[in-house]
Every structure is written in structure tokens, then in C-alpha cells.
Design a protein around this ligand. Structure first.
Ligand code: ZN
Length: 134
């Protein structure tokens, strides 16, 4: 295997090993809806890396959605995502457990969270999450 990158399309920030265009770009730039909570979670991570506040708010359930995120002033530099678990308890509810790594002012952090998602009218929304300290 030649490990040099010959594919011109940049890989998606969500670590799927797919080009951004056919991975999270479909949801962030082309108004497609994520078919599963895991895909929505990945696209939201990508939105954080790209500071796409519009997308994050649009995919946040109205019951828990903040008024704004102030991402333009965020000093986080996102390093990578690992999805550990995706469980759908019924057609309209799911959890996704993930680890997202980031740096703030050169210091590395690890966010381990179990996020809750609900589906309404065929669209998944992020509700809230529990942060695990491990
Ligand atoms: Zn992606």
C-alpha cells in the first residue's frame, strides 16, 4: 500500500476516512438530513471544527438549544473524533458515545460524552449529553 495521499479531496474532520464532500459535507453544505444519530453526531463534530454555528443550532433540539455558541471566539482546536457506541432504543431515540480530542492554548483535552438524540419528522436532533470523567 502506498501511504501517500493521492486522493485530492480532503478527508472529513470526523475521522471517517472519507472525503468531506461525501461524508459530513452532504449535511453541512447540501441540506441533506443525517439518516442516523451517529451521522448527525459526526456532522456536528465536523461543524465544531469548522465553526459552523448555524449548523449546530439547526441540529439542536429546540428544548435545549442555546441562543448562540460564540464559536468565532472559541480557542479550541479540534484534533479528532472516536465514536465508541451508537444505540437506538426505539425509532426516534438514540444515544451516541464518543471521545473528541481538542487543544486549548496548547493543552490537550479529551471530551468523553454520551449524547442523546431524538428524531422528529424524520430529522435527528441533538438533545443533551452526559460528560464522563475517565
Ligand atoms: Zn464526516
Amino acid at each position: 500500500m502506498n501511504s501517500r495521499v493521492t486522493d485530492q479531496a480532503p478527508h472529513c474532520p470526523c475521522n471517517s476516512n472519507q472525503p468531506y464532500r461525501t461524508c459530513c459535507g452532504r449535511f453541512l453544505d447540501c441540506d441533506e438530513f443525517a439518516a442516523t444519530a451517529e451521522l448527525l453526531m459526526r456532522s456536528r463534530y465536523t461543524a465544531y471544527t469548522l465553526k459552523r454555528e448555524d449548523y449546530l443550532l439547526a441540529t439542536w433540539h429546540r428544548s435545549t438549544r442555546p441562543a448562540s455558541l460564540d464559536l468565532a471566539n472559541a480557542s479550541q482546536h479540534w484534533l479528532g473524533l472516536t465514536v465508541k457506541r451508537h444505540e437506538q432504543s426505539n425509532p426516534d431515540q438514540a444515544i451516541v458515545e464518543f471521545i473528541a480530542r481538542h487543544k486549548i492554548n496548547g493543552r490537550a483535552f479529551r471530551l468523553h460524552e454520551i449524547s442523546r438524540f431524538v428524531r422528529e419528522q424524520n430529522r435527528w436532533f441533538y438533545v443533551d449529553g452526559d460528560i464522563l470523567s475517565d
